[in-house]
Every structure is written in C-alpha cells, then in structure tokens.
Write a protein that binds this ligand. Structure first.
Ligand code: BGP
Length: 470
C-alpha cells in the first residue's frame, strides 16, 4: 500500500548538542547539567562513556552534515549548547568562537540543502547557574535564559526561521528532582515543580521576546508526548488515573504552551499537596498572551495507567504516582533493548487529540526512533548495517501519522531521532539510533546504515510503502 504526504510535509532528523558535539574547545568552567550528571554518577553510565566526547560532531560536522544530506534529511533540528555559547553567565556575554561554530554549522546545513531548525536548550543549563541559583527554580535564571535567547536570535535569526525554546522540559525536574532516578537522585517535589514552572515561564517570555523583536518565522516548544492510555476506557477509576497522569506528564507543559493556562487538575492537586509554586497574576497574564506558533512532539511510547491499587505511604515525598498505578499491559510489543513499548497507532491518537482538544495547532513529530543494542551483528559483507527493523519502525509510525494527516490533523513533519548514533543519558552508546553509524571502536568512523537509503527515497518523494492499509 502506497502512502503519500502533502508537499509541505518535511522529513527530517534531530540531534542534541550535549549528546553529539563533545566538549572540545570549551573553557574549563563551561560545563552543562548533563556533564554534572555524568561526572557525579559515572559508574552508572554505560561503559562510563559520557558527553565529553559524545560522537565528536564538533570536529566532524562537515562530513556528518554531508552524510545527513545523503540520508535525505531535509530539516534538521539541533540546539545550541547554552553553556558553550555564553561564557560569562552573569553578564550573559557571547563566546565568539562558539558563536562562529554554530554559524558555520547553520551555513553548512544550508549549503547541503537542509533547513536548520534551532532549539535553545536540550538540558544544557550551565552548571554555574545550577550550582549558584538552583537553575530554573529561580527567576534570575529564567531571565538569563531570555537574555541568552536574545543573543541567539540576533546571531542566527537571518537564517533560522523555526525556533524552539526547550526540548522535553519535564525530563530533568521529573527524573532528577521528583523521582530521584538520575543524579542528584533527589525526591524533592517542591523543587521539581518550581523548576517546571520556571521552564514554562521561560518559554512564554522567550515567545514574547521573539515577537517584540519582530523575528521572522515560528517559535514553539518541544514536549515529550506522554500519551496516556487508561487500562479500561469505560472504567471511571482508570480514566481518572489517566487524567492525573496526563496533567502531570503532558498537560503541565502542553496546556500553558497552547492554551495559555495550566490544567486545573494539576493546580488543584499541587495545592492540596502543599506544593503550589509562586504563580503570580503577572505570570498568568504572560502565559495567556504568549502561546506557541508551533509544537514539537517527541514520541517513543505510550504511558499506560490504571486506578491506584497499590498502597501509598504518606511518609514518602509526593509524586503523581500517588494517584495512579502504571499498567503493564499483557502482550504489549516491546523494544527489548530500550525496554520501551512500540505502539505506532499512538501517533494517530496524538494527532487526533491535538486536533480535537488543542485547536489543531500546527505541530510536527520532533523525535521518534528506535534504539538497538549490538547493531554490528546486522552488518552485511560490505560492512553496512542492515537495519530493516528501523525501516519497519519508521514506516509503521508514518502510516498512522499519514492517516491522521488525511483526517485533517495539522502535522507538518517527521524528524527521526537520530541523524547519527550518539550518547544517551546513562545508556551512552548502548542503544544506537542513527541513520549514520558511529563506530566508536574504530576511530569514530562514520557509515550510512541501510535505513539511510530508505529515508532518502522517502524524503525525495514524500511517499513510502507499508504492508497494511490503515
Ligand atoms: C528523548 C531525548 C533524546 C533521546 C531520546 C531517546 O527523551 O529528547 O535526546 O535521548 O529520548 O532516549 P534514550 O537516549 O534514553 O534512549
């Protein structure tokens, strides 16, 4: 069965500064938050490998971008490493060498026929601002982020016409400060919710600035779609569980970004739990008046929940799991390497939810992908990794997305995570995601995988084949 996307629909890919660039040419104090996570918790990172070298895109970008073009990438979403671009975090002064590097990357993308899309933060909060001010928990840092955004707009606004404030702003506060899974392994919900609010306000303030500066183009935020599915859609307890999960893992950033206000349920629960952050009248007005032009949605797996059945111990710090249990659905399809469910229909469901409940705002799939361990075993005689599983994964997700587009959802693109193999948080190079292989055992040599040819044919025609007619 042949599927076709409209001409305006763009096939692209993504990559994060801290996961790819490496930290060459940075000044000793120019560390970002993921560097701290790695430095302080090295033994938990796969092979103790981390962001210091990553896949060394910093030195390879010309060669890599030429390969991205050969893999059919038409739009490329990457980000500036805030901790590299600025060198005095109090005065917010630009590091000229870093500014030149990002300018060269943008030019190189354009020379290769790839549209550059910039995101301002994929977790690279400068360590200094974390240590001195507790990051986004304080308004000083929110304002410093806005000043940094201004410098980026001035330098690159002539060539970059699509901007995003954050990638997955919920992840660091949730995993580092609420759930305690990642360094500094805290269970301090008050801190987590102050951070999240800081990031919500930072997005609104940067959008306001973008419009005041009369920047050409569009601006938005990239959220991870915790698309929440209740165990039983007809069970009120399961549905309430899903509503809470949705409010805490998706609505708390999505609603302010698109509707200009938080979900009521989110504020009610935080109030009841004594965790309400400082939310002023001025904040409320800023949110109302500065919603996004475009939304990025990262989708990997759904979140399945059910009514709370396990006992909750009130002496433990609050987490949203007080109100629901995760539902381990029997028979679900898994990516065993990452331990994530594979459920492509979710892209259709997300599209319909955005269409029906979020004013059909313009959006795109800003990350989707499959991380696989030991990909070397799929190498053929000519040395090329035969990643047919990735081709199937992409086709199946695109088929559902295409159905949503044909039913009127306002989705404008699909960006694969990732352009090139890179360093994941904690998993480092264990699971590989790229269209381009990085052979870390052989001098970081790059090779296109089989999926790159598939991706090129897809983006040249906006057409692909998938076995089922959905
Ligand atoms: C998203 C991040 C990506 C990437 C991806 C895959 O949350 O935005 O940067 O890391 O997850 O997950 P992982 O790298 O943990 O396998």
């Amino acid at each position: 069965m042949k599927y076709t996307f409209p001409e305006a629909f763009k096939i692209g890919a993504t990559g994060a500064a801290w996961q790819m660039e490496g930290e060459a040419d940075k000044l000793p104090h120019q560390k970002h938050f993921p560097h701290l996570m790695w430095e302080n918790d090295k033994e938990r990172w796969f092979g103790e490998v981390g962001p210091d070298v990553a896949c060394d895109l910093y030195h390879h970008y010309r060669e890599d971008i030429a390969m991205f073009a050969r893999a059919g990438i038409r739009q490329y979403r990457f980000n500036i490493d805030w901790s590299r671009f600025i060198d005095d975090y109090e005065a917010v002064t630009v590091n000229e060498a870093a500014a030149q590097y990002y300018s060269d990357v943008i030019d190189c993308l354009m020379e290769n026929g790839i549209e550059p899309v910039l995101c301002l933060e994929h977790w690279e909060l400068p360590a200094y601002l974390y240590e001195k001010y507790d990051g986004y928990a304080t308004r000083i840092v929110v304002d410093k982020f806005v000043q940094y955004a201004r410098e980026a707009f001035l330098r690159y606004g002539d060539r970059v016409k699509m901007w995003f404030t954050f990638n997955e702003p919920v992840v660091i506060p949730q995993l580092c400060f609420q759930d305690g899974f990642w360094w500094p392994n805290e269970k301090n919900p008050a801190r987590a919710y102050r951070w999240m609010h800081g990031k919500v306000m930072a997005t609104a303030k940067v959008i306001k600035l973008f419009r005041e500066m009369k920047m050409e183009g569009e601006i938005g935020v990239i959220l991870n779609a915790s698309h929440v599915i209740p165990r039983d859609e007809n069970d009120p307890g399961d549905c309430y569980a899903a509503e809470v999960a949705r409010a805490f893992y998706w609505g708390n950033f999505l609603d302010p970004a698109v509707k200009g206000c938080y979900p009521e349920l989110y504020l009610d629960i935080l109030g009841k739990e004594g965790l309400m952050f400082d939310f002023t009248q001025e904040d409320k007005a800023l949110l109302r008046e500065n919603t996004v032009d475009i939304l990025g949605v990262n989708y990997y797996q759904p979140m399945r929940v059910m009514a709370k059945e396990t006992p909750w111990d009130d002496s433990q710090p609050f987490c949203p799991g007080k109100y629901f249990d995760n539902y381990d659905m029997p028979g679900k399809r898994m990516n065993p390497f990452r331990g994530w469910e594979i459920y492509p229909k979710c892209l259709y469901d997300i599209g319909m939810r955005i269409k029906n409940e979020y004013g059909n705002v313009k959006w795109l799939v800003s990350e989707s992908g499959m991380g696989v361990q030991n990909e070397g075993i799929y190498r053929d005689e000519s040395g090329i990794i035969q990643d047919d599983y990735r081709i199937d994964f992409i086709s199946e997700h695109l088929a559902w997305l295409s159905k949503a587009v044909s039913e009127g959802c306002n989705c404008h693109g699909y960006w694969l995570f990732a352009s090139i193999d890179n360093c994941s948080p904690y998993n480092a190079f264990k699971n590989r995601y790229g269209l381009v292989e990085v052979d870390i055992e052989d001098g970081f040599k790059r090779r296109l995988k089989k999926s790159a040819a598939f991706y090129k044919a897809l983006s040249d025609s906006n057409t692909f084949e998938y076995k089922e007619n959905l």
